[in-house]
Design a protein around this ligand. Structure first.
Ligand SMILES: N[C@@H](CCC(=O)N[C@@H](CS)C(=O)NCC(=O)O)C(=O)O
Length: 228
């Protein structure tokens, strides 16, 4: 088992308006989360951002190494990151992990969804965009000459369509989809930063989304987890 790397936990932002129902049940509040993942994955990053926002300590198992991959395979047959071990459970999938965190520890200074079903549509669209970009990235990384193929074109066009749609879903100030910083905003920032980092999609093709990215760029949880 590779050594777990503890991450710095930024002080959670206290929000006086936090509703009583969002407060964490005391029995879960203190436990740290063991998180299997890399520092480049956008799915791992959104979990790290949420953990930082709600003040949940993270011990990350780096899955970028062979040892880390072996450790990952020992906890999940899916072989994808993130996986969390928390409160005596092993949880696969970033959205499930985030759901567990916000359910057991509250939303901290994050904005809870006003409309869960709308948020689910936004996040599904964001995930579909990054899934398409990731498929092309993996093929290129494995030396498959995917550039210029109909497959790659279809993935690119899907990303174009999704980002254009997301631009139309923004609130008037362009900084969010209608609240403050929530799962949809964090997910969008994570995929745009990842696309730039991996140079798999020119994010300038979606100028409408630049304002949202800029609005949260200096937030400690966002700035400290940006891939580089
Ligand atoms: N729906 C999953 C997606 C996870 C995912 O695709 N992770 C990628 C890293 S960004 C992965 O582990 N891929 C490994 C592979 O496809 O072999 C989640 O939200 O956690």
């Amino acid at each position: 088992m590779p050594e777990a790397v503890p991450e710095a936990v930024p002080e959670p932002v206290t929000d006086r308006r936090q509703r009583r129902s969002q407060r964490p049940p005391a029995r879960y509040a203190a436990a740290a989360m063991k998180l299997y993942g890399t520092v480049t994955s956008p799915f791992v990053r959104r979990v790290r951002v949420v953990a930082a926002e709600i003040g949940c300590a993270v011990e990350r198992i780096d899955t970028a190494t062979e040892e880390g991959q072996a450790a990952l395979r020992a906890v999940t047959p899916i072989r994808k990151v993130p996986v969390a071990v928390i409160d005596g459970r092993t949880l696969f999938d970033s959205r499930v992990i985030i759901d567990w965190l916000t359910t057991t520890r509250g939303f901290g200074a994050l904005t809870p969804p006003k409309d869960r079903w709308r948020e689910a549509n936004l996040v599904n669209a964001i995930d579909a965009a990054v899934d398409s970009a990731i498929q092309v990235f993996y093929l290129k990384r494995d030396g498959v000459p995917v550039e210029g193929t109909a497959f790659a074109q279809r993935q690119l066009e899907r990303v174009d369509a999704i980002l254009e749609w997301l631009g139309k879903e923004l609130a008037a100030d362009g900084a969010s989809f209608g609240g403050g910083l929530g799962l949809a905003e964090i997910s969008l920032i994570a995929i745009l930063d990842w696309m730039d980092f991996r140079k798999v999609y020119a994010t300038e093709r979606a100028p409408a989304l630049a304002g949202l990215r800029a609005a949260w760029a200096e937030r400690p949880s966002v700035a400290q987890t940006r891939p580089q």
